[in-house]
Structure formats: C-alpha cells, structure tokens
Write a protein that binds this ligand. Structure first.
Ligand SMILES: Nc1ncnc2c1ncn2[C@@H]1O[C@H](COP(=O)(O)OP(=O)(O)OP(=O)(O)O)[C@@H](O)[C@H]1O
Ligand SMILES: [Mg+2]
Length: 373
C-alpha cells in the first residue's frame, strides 16, 4: 500500500510533526481561551485539529467538531450542529431531556434500532428556524456541560458562516460565546483572507475574540526524515538533496508533498530502488498531464486581468501593488490588480502568506509556466 496519503485528514503513521503547534492549541483551549487557526489551503489545519482533539479528549474534555462547508442555511446549521453535539454524548436520555427543556421548538426523539441500540433524531416544529430557536440551540453546549469538564467546539471552514446573514448569526454566536463559562471555541478555515477579516476587522462581531495562531509549512528536517523512512519501508532510497528537491517541487505545501511522494512511490515500486531527479521530474510532469484538462478550463475561465496577474505570480508575489511590479509585468492600475486578487483568492487559486501572494497549486503553476505564455 502506498505509504503516502493525501486528500483527506491524515492520522496515525501518516501524520508527522506539529507537536509544538498541537501543544499550544491544547494549552490555550484547556486554559479557557478561544482560538483561531490561520494557514493557507492544504497546510494540514484539519489534520492538526484532529490530533488536538485526541489530546483534549485524553484529558477528559468533550470536543465537538463541525464542518461549516456543507451548511447552506440556518436550518441546515441546526441539523448539523445538533448531530455533531449528539455524537459526543454518552447519555442520550440526558441529551433528550436537556434539548426538551432548552429548545422549545425542537422535539428530540429517542428510538431503538433492531439491535436495541438507541438512536437519536430531531423533529423541527418550525420549517423556518426562528432567531429564538437558533439562540436556544447555541445555548445547548453550555447547558450540556458536565461539572469539571470542558467542552470545546471546533468550527472548521468557519468563514462560511458569512453565508448565513440571517438574524445576524455572527453577532448572535459571538454574544453566546462571550457568556459561556464551560465552553471554548476553536475556529479554522481555508479562506485565510475571509477569516482574517472576521477576526481582525474592528467592525466585525468576532474582532478580538480569540487568540490567533498561524501555521506554516512542515519543517524540512522532519519532512526529509519522514520521506526517507516511508520510502525505506519499501526498499526505496531517497537522498537528502533529492528529498529537498521533492519538497521544493511541491511548493513546500504539505498536501502536494504527499501527492508527489505518492506518485514517485508508485513509479518506483515495480522496478527502481533509487530516486533520481529525473524520476521526480517525470512524476511532476505526469501529475500536470493528468490534471491538464482541468487546468486548461480553470485558466480559460479567468478574465484577461486575472490571467495577467497569474502570469506575473509565476515569477514572484512580493509587493504586487507597487509601481515597479505593475510596470514589470505590464499590469493595469493597482486597483485592477486588487480586484483580480480578490477574485483569485475567493476561488482559492491564489493564496497569501505574510505579504507574499502565490499560486496555491504548485502543479497549476507548473502548467502555467508551459501554457500561459
Ligand atoms: N502533519 C502532517 N503530516 C503528514 N501529512 C500532512 C500533515 N499535514 C497535512 N498533510 C498533508 O496535507 C493533506 C491535507 O491536510 P488537511 O486536510 O489536514 O489540510 P487543510 O489545511 O485542512 O486543507 P484544506 O485547506 O483543504 O481544508 C493531507 O491529506 C496530507 O497529505
Ligand atoms: Mg481542512
């Protein structure tokens, strides 16, 4: 089996490093603070948070994880949230009791499956959830909290809350969070700029409401050891310089490192024993070829300005609003670049760390190097 995994959350042997980050998040949350985690796409936020959950649960805390991505309305939020809360309750009778007492317009049901195992369900008496019901649902974690135990609510892809403008959801949630004594919150998401605005803009409800943490790429030393060990298990050798080369070709982004390593492993497993630069190059080429149709379409869909900016970003992404950059890459005015940046960031095509913009997918960048002349 391929020892490299990408695309979903990685756990166990597939996960390495992030110990410091993990310890800091665990300490912050268990000390009663809220936290927001920033990192560009595919840096390993969700995987890290799953590791954090394991540690917090070992300490006896209850962790409720909810992904905001599939949420499309207040009603769906209520459904997903109650389901996430329910998953972490070991006493369903108590849960039913508390929901009945706290949330007027939701009727929880407890039934039994054919094996006699209890099953939890809810009946929303309102087809459109009222602000009162939403408010009561948000009170639930505090009402459910057990003495001496903390509840940690984890909202992944939290920027998606902005889709739910109804009832000033953001302000309502913030006001609840401020009052809850036994519940802390961890927020994370892949649209860094939206999340940044939520937590750093004075006019937004979540301004100053959580301690910030940025996660960067995985350390090279650890990644090299990880690559060498994993390849080694299949009798494949990769020298330190070549492991570094693989990291570089993957844009130093955790997801793409695993993707390229998996491709190299696949290439090697039947015949070769020593990874060479030519093999890594061939694998990069193959990944780009496999995604070529998608990349063509993606590029074609961009406006002329966006295409120009993408071409410029192949060369570098520092000071992109400066007169110098505009002139060098024959871009229009900085205000036009600003608009292109927003569109490309919103669609996840580009990202930003510190003040440097970059094309999120290193293989799309590679494709553009050949195609976008
Ligand atoms: N600590 C790690 N050890 C090994 N691989 C990792 C690690 N962190 C991330 N990865 C790689 O990156 C991939 C994406 O990880 P994950 O889904 O946790 O990132 P994310 O930042 O939540 O992504 P998204 O922005 O898409 O939500 C994983 O499938 C794995 O290949
Ligand atoms: Mg994620």
């Amino acid at each position: 089996m391929n020892p490299f995994s990408y695309g979903t959350v990685v756990r166990g042997d597939y996960f390495y490093d992030r110990k410091e980050e993990c310890d800091r998040i665990v300490a912050t949350l268990s000390n009663g603070n809220n936290m927001v985690l920033f990192a560009p796409r595919r840096y390993g936020k969700t995987s890290l948070v799953f590791r954090v959950i394991e540690q917090l649960e070992e300490m006896g805390h209850t962790c409720v994880y909810m992904d905001f991505l599939p949420v499309y309305s207040i009603e769906s939020f209520v459904g997903f949230y109650l389901h996430a809360i329910e998953k972490k309750q070991n006493n369903l009778k108590r849960l039913v009791q508390i929901i009945t007492n706290v949330v007027k317009n939701i009727r929880p049901k407890l039934s039994f499956d054919s094996n006699g195992n209890p099953e939890f369900g809810i009946d929303l008496t309102e087809s459109i959830v009222s602000v009162q019901t939403l408010s009561e649902v948000l009170d639930l974690p505090e009402k459910l909290a057990q003495p001496g135990k903390k509840t940690i609510i984890i909202f992944d892809e939290f920027q998606e809350i902005t889709k739910l403008n109804k009832y000033g959801f953001e302000s309502l949630l913030r006001s609840k969070i401020q009052k809850q004594e036994h519940v802390n919150y961890l927020f994370l998401g892949s649209r860094t700029h939206l999340l940044n605005d939520m937590f750093n803009n004075k006019n937004r409800a979540f301004y100053n409401s959580a301690s910030h943490m940025q996660i960067g790429p995985l350390p090279h030393d650890e990644t090299i050891v990880f690559l060498q060990e994993k390849f080694g298990l299949s009798g494949i050798d990769i020298g330190t310089q070549l492991a570094l080369y693989l990291i570089e070709q993957s844009g130093d982004i955790p997801y793409y490192i695993q993707l390229l390593a998996a491709e190299v492993w696949q290439y090697m497993i039947t015949s070769q024993a020593l990874v060479t630069k030519e093999i890594i190059d061939a694998c990069v080429k193959r990944i780009v070829e496999l995604k070529q149709d998608y990349y063509f379409e993606l590029y074609d869909h961009q406006s002329v300005m966006q295409k120009q900016l993408l071409k410029a970003l192949i060369q570098g992404g520092d000071n992109i609003f400066s007169a110098n950059y505009t002139k060098r890459y024959r871009l229009s005015a900085a205000s036009t670049t600003q608009k292109s940046v927003l569109v490309l960031m919103d669609s996840g095509i580009i990202d930003k760390t510190d003040n440097c913009y970059f094309i999120s997918d290193p293989f799309f960048k590679r494709f553009l190097q050949n195609y976008a002349l």
